[in-house]
Design a protein around this ligand. Structure first.
Ligand SMILES: Nc1ncnc2c1ncn2[C@@H]1O[C@H](COP(=O)(O)OP(=O)(O)OP(=O)(O)O)[C@@H](O)[C@H]1O
Length: 352
């Protein structure tokens, strides 16, 4: 439904200052979002998220590469043809972008008025939309009379008014409190299911990805460095940046006092400290007691938690494996052979 091929975007300096530099905001990005999927793009500030999503509806024109939506190449269009194609792409923003002088109803009607639709037809379109977003009693209020969550509901209804095939969400919940964020994400999931709408969203929040996305891409320095199903991303990200995002989200770090004592290479009396991630059957298997029994190591659990990621359960643990070098090596092999993701964080010296 959405296809970006080899998309690059360079912002060239507009001033003639000597130190003005071009910024390569996107570098050879390939992305495919199939029909009906919710795809998240996550990255740090300045990574290129906004540029990427704005390239999809050509609010930013890519410097090179092609963008297609619903089998139509947008990068080959201009003028009226591009305008028509954009009706099939709705967009919502972090700060809602509503017109303060228009009521809720009139904000939602705006794109339809611009399309030249008759008043009666507009009414027929808007009534069910107000119901869908849960604002049927607010039609004649002004944005200033609404909460942030209600404003975003108006923006969603406005984005859906032209019956788009695709909805782009630019940090749509970043200005909202956690409770309202949850409600808006639920509405987006509902719309995705009821209308079969394809959704591309950008965010810096793992919670958003975890709550509603099917697939996720990680962007860094203008490049997509990792792409995975959400369940896989949360169990075994393949890049260091992915692991950093996950660990920040899970708040699973060894205690500070231990971090200070961690050494990169094993010493004579040192034990490995490992971060373990396990999902599926491994969550309900008593692996740690088996590990102790079969490999002859003691396991000191420093932190542990169980998370539900959509329909999967993810177990996480930071543990020290205590035993001689041979046994701890066997223990690491044992864990890996039982489909756990094992990351050795370092080695800690034990004098006792
Ligand atoms: N209009 C512009 N002119 C010049 N440089 C720009 C422009 N817009 C963005 N950039 C630069 O492009 C890079 C990517 O910016 P972008 O806004 O896409 O990142 P982002 O991931 O959305 O960041 P944030 O989460 O902070 O909004 C940054 O280095 C930014 O400074």
């Amino acid at each position: 439904m959405i296809r970006l091929q080899n998309v690059s975007k360079t912002y060239f300096p507009t001033s003639k200052r000597r130190n003005a530099r071009a910024v390569e905001a996107l570098k050879a990005v390939d992305l495919h979002v199939p029909q009906g999927q919710i795809h998240g793009v996550i990255g740090l500030s300045g990574a290129g998220k906004s540029t990427l999503i704005r390239c999809v509806n050509l609010l930013e024109r890519p410097t090179t590469g092609t963008v297609s939506v619903d089998d139509q190449e947008l990068t080959g269009l201009s003028g009226e043809a591009l305008n028509q194609a954009r009706h099939r792409i709705g967009m919502i923003f972090q700060h809602f972008n509503l017109l303060t002088s228009r009521t809720v109803y009139d904000n939602i009607a705006l794109p339809l008025e611009l399309m030249g639709m008759k008043r009666g037809d507009i009414r027929e379109r808007i009534t069910p939309l107000l119901e869908l977003v849960g604002l049927d009693d607010k039609a004649h209020q002004y944005p200033a009379q609404l909460s942030g969550g209600q404003k975003q509901r108006v923006a969603i209804a406005r984005a859906l008014a032209s019956r788009p095939r695709v909805l782009l969400c630019d940090e749509a919940t970043s200005a909202l409190d956690p409770h309202t964020t949850g409600a808006i994400l639920e509405l987006l999931r509902d719309i995705n299911q009821k209308l079969g709408l394809t959704i591309l969203l950008i965010t810096h929040e793992m919670e958003v990805v975890k709550s509603i996305c099917h697939r996720v891409s990680l962007i860094s320095g203008g490049e997509l460095v990792e792409e995975a199903d959400v369940g896989d991303f949360f169990t075994s990200p393949s890049t260091q940046l992915g692991r950093d995002f996950l660990n920040d989200f899970l708040e699973l770090e060894p205690p500070a006092a231990l971090i200070e004592r961690l050494e990169e290479t094993p010493g004579e009396n040192s034990h490995p400290v490992v971060r373990l991630a396990f999902s599926g059957d491994a969550v309900s298997t008593p692996l740690i007691s088996r590990l102790a029994r079969e490999c002859g190591v003691d396991v000191s659990i420093l932190q542990a938690k169980v998370e539900s990621i959509q329909d999967r359960t993810l177990g996480l643990m930071i543990a020290e494996l205590m035993g001689d070098a041979h046994d701890t090596r066997r223990a690491l092999d044992y864990l890996q052979n039982h489909d756990l993701q094992v990351e050795v964080l370092g080695h800690v010296q034990r004098d006792d």
